[in-house]
Write a protein of this length. Structure first.
Length: 112
């Protein structure tokens, strides 16, 4: 799972790189935000922007390793099919199923 530190409020979640998501969770304050690689998809209009460092073909999926825009935080996405390795070194956009977002308490590590 990709884990990022963020801040949660009534309006949603804001990650350290400035990326914001809507959230219906009842929590206010710092939280770790968990995103499973398989819940991403390549989408030219997606909110999540990464600089691609590596693409691995694993069975019928491609693992895309990259760094979040405006950050050095690593993100891994697992998407169906073959992703062209010419994308290495380029920026791509990803969409994420927000209903599958996980929040964890910073102090205890417990799921919120």
């Amino acid at each position: 799972m990709n884990i990022f530190k963020g801040n949660h409020s009534n309006s949603g979640i804001k990650l350290s790189n400035g990326l914001e998501f809507k959230s219906s969770k009842k929590h206010s304050g710092e939280a770790y935000v968990g995103m499973r690689p398989e819940d991403f998809s390549i989408d030219p209009n997606g909110l999540v922007k990464i600089q691609v460092d590596l693409i691995e073909l694993v069975g019928s999926n491609s693992l895309i390793h990259g760094r979040l825009e405006n950050s050095n935080e690593i993100l891994v996405a697992s998407v169906p099919g073959v992703v062209d390795k010419s994308n290495v070194g380029k920026k791509i956009n990803l969409s994420f199923d927000l209903s599958k977002l996980h929040l964890f308490d910073v102090a205890s590590g417990q799921r919120i």
